[in-house]
Design a protein around this ligand. Structure first.
Ligand code: FAD
Length: 694
């Protein structure tokens, strides 16, 4: 299946746009660093006048090990920090952590051979580098990569470079851990020497943390041997210095009470709005899409008028969450900080290379509420580290056991879905853990991450209003003490309840600070930014499209269909628009049930909706069954160069749909299954097959 010339031009333009978008990120990091100003005082000139020369930087700071990270959601960054800390505390390495986008790599041929480079690299989406790793990846994998001395690949210019590599991936994606695999391959080809095996963590199998822990011991042994290091008794050394300022008032103008950066602190918010600077957007409308009593799915219309933000159909919107008051209270209380929650604190990196994860001065309350991912599953390594600060020896023994016994840890912590404060609360019976340094919590917990949503409106139809369709996460396993409440979706639910003045606005007692720092989010507001994607309609609306989107996977397709209906209304020639949707029951969770008719009116017979209900009859019917039923039609449309889209669950559905499509093609074109698979691969390569999965 080939694309026509116009599509290739459009795809090339899209790709260029993406590169431009990514590279822009590089500059944001320099002048748009949200913490730049607050750090200028705490971290000195190191970050203010940033050098992009890593070797110089290491010499200057007397470092012999740099841990680079390519991170999208913060996990790789967290692992990088952990490796840096461990390298120092156990082996006496002078380590620093570095964001890949902060440095240039032309001089890697001069990297001294008594130093070590560690690469912690997440793979994103379809085998792509994370946003902050794009430039590095393009450089190191470039066909004509040349280094400062003009050396090219054949000269094996990186013979002095010793490195260690770990990848974070998801085996449900086709290009599993391709970042670490490729970077490892490129570095080896350039003559660099890897110490230990290149590790691979698998989020798909849910074993990321254990894969990481299992990989790092033999890796350290290899590093130790090569660099002649001696292991020492690891003592905890804080990365950050936290200073309480009892004579400062939290209400003073320069104190950050959750404002994401200086710009927001200083009054009216200013653009450009991006991943470092969210727009506090009004929620114009919100409603409930499910009729089921025990589950919620939100539809929200977010107004971006006047922000200078723009989106294209198929893009993602990122929502910046706030932790639930209930969990903030629990965390403060177990840390013994409840009475001091509004104490002003300043945070400073004890090492000039340490990046303070939030602006300061701030308060304990604001740091925990707005910046720390306190509700996430607990890492076993963090439990090990906290053990030494236990309130008493019995608890310490239990913490040591949890930290060292993988199965025990799973049984007691992971299987019970506990977050850190919940675990500590259970272990100490609610007694506070006052010996745990706050710095350790900052190091051990990741920065709170914006959550992405596939925009469910068309930019052609509503340029300034972004729709989202989000199912509210609520997970209660039997025999577990707490219900896991998704951080962002419950925050959005609370906003929706406030907007509608619902009688019991907070049925779960989560108690979100909905008005934000200094009431800046008052009314119904939420901080957002936009991430452009490559998930796009064909430029020519007369091309047929097939969409598979069960559950909230239908989100971008509502946008697609809305757009094509508008185009049809405007007299454009719009091709077949086929949507496979699936849910449990027609009467409970059939998303946008009342809207599809209106699109049908505009699109006529060109709009075909196939719906699968998994719990409405004696037989479970899924979108895959519907696809099989309509396989002949699917194949026919594909032969007419239909675009094929899948959105939603990455773990099972997307993969099954991929396999099924190969089978459908094989059956109806009378070719082998292997050939069917090949055809689907080629469709993916030419963007005739696109996925938006999570
Ligand atoms: P989180 O707090 O992040 O929790 C998520 C899940 O993690 C929980 O349900 C639970 O299973 C697990 N978990 C959390 N804490 C614990 C714990 N302590 N112990 C054990 N397990 C735990 N979602 C949509 O609804 N609609 C969309 O259109 C959509 N589009 C997306 C597009 C992209 C590109 C991506 C990457 C994701 C998309 N998502 C979408 C998913 C969305 O970003 C969020 O992941 C989702 O809404 C959950 O966020 P949350 O903060 O409410 O939950």
């Amino acid at each position: 299946a080939q694309l026509d010339t116009l599509d290739i031009i459009v795809l090339a333009a899209l790709l260029l746009g993406t590169v431009a978008y990514f590279t822009k990120g590089t500059y944001w990091a320099v002048y748009g660093d949200p913490y730049g100003n607050s750090l200028a005082t705490s971290n000195g000139a190191a970050r203010a006048g940033k050098s992009r020369n890593i070797i110089e930087k290491m010499e200057e700071q007397d470092k012999n090990c740099v841990v680079f990270y390519g991170s999208q959601t913060g996990t790789a960054e967290d692992y990088a920090s952990r490796l840096a800390k461990e390298g120092h505390s156990r082996f006496g390495l002078n380590t620093m952590v570095a964001d890949l986008e902060d440095y240039d790599y032309e001089n890697m041929d001069k990297f001294p051979n008594d130093k070590l480079a560690v690469f912690v690299l997440a793979t994103y989406g379809e085998g792509e580098p994370t946003d902050n790793a794009v430039e590095f990846y393009e450089f190191i994998g470039g066909e004509d990569v040349t280094f400062s001395e003009g050396a090219s690949a054949e000269d094996k210019p990186l013979q002095n470079l010793k490195y260690v590599a770990f990848g974070l991936g998801n085996n449900t994606y086709e290009h599993y851990n391709s970042m670490v695999r490729n970077v490892d391959k490129y570095l080896t080809k350039l003559g660099a020497k890897r110490l230990g095996a290149a590790g691979e963590g698998d989020d798909g199998a849910g074993t990321m943390e254990e894969d990481f822990l299992a990989w790092k011991e033999p890796m350290w042994a290899a590093v130790q041997e090569d660099m002649g290091l001696e292991e020492r008794e690891a003592v905890y050394e804080a990365v950050f210095e936290i200073t309480e300022k009892p004579d400062m008032d939290a209400e003073e103008d320069e104190v950050y009470l959750g404002e994401p950066n200086k710009n927001h602190l200083e009054g009216a918010q200013k653009g450009p709005f991006n991943a470092n600077n969210p727009f506090i957007a009004p929620i114009a409308e919100s409603s409930e899409l499910f009729t089921a009593k025990d589950r919620n799915c939100l539809h929200m219309e977010i107004n971006i008028a006047g922000s200078n933000l723009s989106y294209n159909t198929g893009d993602h919107i990122a929502v910046w969450p706030t932790n639930a008051g209930k969990e903030v209270d629990r965390f403060l209380s177990i840390m013994g900080l409840a009475d001091k929650r509004h104490m002003v604190i300043t945070v400073k990196g004890l090492d000039p290379t340490a990046k303070v994860p939030f602006p300061s001065p701030t308060t304990y309350d604001a740091a925990i509420r707005y910046h720390m991912e306190i509700c996430a599953p607990v890492s076993r390594q963090l439990v090990s580290t906290i053990a030494q600060f236990s309130p008493n020896d019995d608890i310490k023994a239990e913490m040591v056991k949890l930290g060292s016994d993988k199965d025990y840890f799973h049984q007691k912590v992971i299987d019970r879905n506990l977050n850190l404060a919940q675990l500590l609360e259970i272990l100490s019976n609610g007694a506070p853990w006052t010996k745990v340094p706050f710095s350790l919590m900052m190091e051990g917990l990741v920065k709170i991450q914006p959550r992405y949503y596939s925009i469910s409106s068309s930019s052609l139809v509503q340029k300034n209003k972004i729709s989202i369709t989000a199912v509210v996460e609520s997970l209660h396993k039997p025999n577990t003490p707490h219900v896991v409440k998704g951080v962002t979706t419950n925050y959005l639910l609370a906003l929706k309840q406030k907007q509608h003045g619902e009688p019991e606005p907070d049925p779960h007692g989560l108690n979100y600070a909905l008005t934000g720092p200094r009431n800046k989010y008052d009314g119904i507001h939420v901080p957002v930014h936009i991430r452009h994607s490559n998930f796009k309609l064909p430029s020519d609306p007369s091309k047929p499209i097939i969409m598979v989107g069960p559950g909230t996977g239908v989100a971008p397709f509502r946008g697609f269909v809305q757009e094509r209906a508008a185009q049809a209304k405007a007299g454009k020639n719009v091709g077949k628009t086929v949507l496979f949707f699936g849910c449990r029951k027609k009467e409970e969770d059939f998303l946008y049930q009342n809207e599809w008719g209106q699109y049908k009116e505009a699109l006529g017979d060109n709009f075909i909706l196939h719906v699968a209900f998994s719990r409405d009859g004696p037989k479970k019917v899924y979108v895959q069954h519907k696809m099989e039923e309509w396989s002949e039609e699917i194949n026919k449309l594909l032969e007419q160069k239909a675009y094929f889209y899948v959105c939603g669950d990455a773990a099972n559905m997307a993969r099954e749909v991929n396999t099924l499509l190969s089978k459908i093609i094989s059956k109806h074109r009378d070719v082998s299954e292997a050939k069917g698979e090949e055809i689907v691969k080629a469709m993916r390569a030419s963007s005739q097959y696109q996925e938006d999965v999570w």
